[in-house]
Design a protein around this ligand. Structure first.
Ligand code: HEC
Length: 186
């Protein structure tokens, strides 16, 4: 009995003890979290389009894209952003370092070179940043990000986002990227 409790104590302290996150683990987690986010967001927008039309989907994006992103971040112990050089939501504007990556990828798209599936950066304060390109690779995206200037939908978008820069995209364009910050321990 005594021995058993020592073993279980040792086991539980081992399990509770945080271990450093390796680069391989950061990449695996980045892949997993970004896929979950894009799948969930894409699925919700598609479902909204089917049941409530494009205006319903717009309402969903406006109201729920950020809260959904934050809830996945919370569940996975990460922080998640979707950023763009031509952002719609002012919160999603790329910062200086993010702009450098997006501009590099934009050049690759222009030169018809393949984009990396992700980039990983070790942070000086510990942990990693994981970056994943978001390509405009679905016709449905064009309904709200294509050449829709002047349409009633574009007007509705402008009402919520007066400084919108996210129209006029074409299929295959780089729309932005997912940035996931992974803590140094897990
Ligand atoms: C029904 C309209 C609608 C559709 C369809 C749509 N979006 Fe958006 N998108 C929005 C709105 C509104 C925002 C701003 C709200 C937010 O997400 O923060 C946005 C924001 C984004 C952002 C974050 C950067 C920014 O500009 O703020 C990305 C990336 C993005 N959309 C990509 C896509 C992709 C890829 C598709 C197709 C799979 C798509 N969107 C389809 C309306 C739409």
């Amino acid at each position: 009995m005594f021995r058993f409790s020592i073993i279980s104590l040792t086991l539980s302290s081992l399990l509770l003890h945080a271990t450093p996150l390796s680069q391989e683990e950061a990449i695996a987690k980045g892949n997993q979290v970004s896929a979950a986010l894009l799948q969930k967001l894409g699925g919700e927008v598609k479902a909204q389009m089917q049941t409530n039309g494009v205006m319903g989907a717009l309402h969903y994006c406006t109201q729920s894209a950020l809260p959904l992103t934050d809830s996945i971040a919370q569940e996975t112990g990460t922080t998640i952003k979707r950023v763009s050089l031509r952002n719609r939501n002012p919160i999603n504007e790329a910062n200086k370092g993010e702009k450098i990556i997006l501009e590099k990828w934009e050049k690759s798209v222009k030169n018809k070179e393949p984009l990396p599936a992700y980039e990983i950066e070790k942070l000086s304060k510990g942990g990693f940043n994981y970056y994943k390109p978001i390509l405009l690779n679905n016709e449905a995206c064009l309904k709200c990000h294509g050449d829709i200037q002047g349409s009633p939908l574009a007007e509705a978008i402008k009402t919520s986002y007066p400084n919108d820069k996210a129209m006029g995209y074409k299929m295959g364009d780089l729309r932005g990227m997912v940035v996931i910050t992974l803590p140094k321990e897990h």
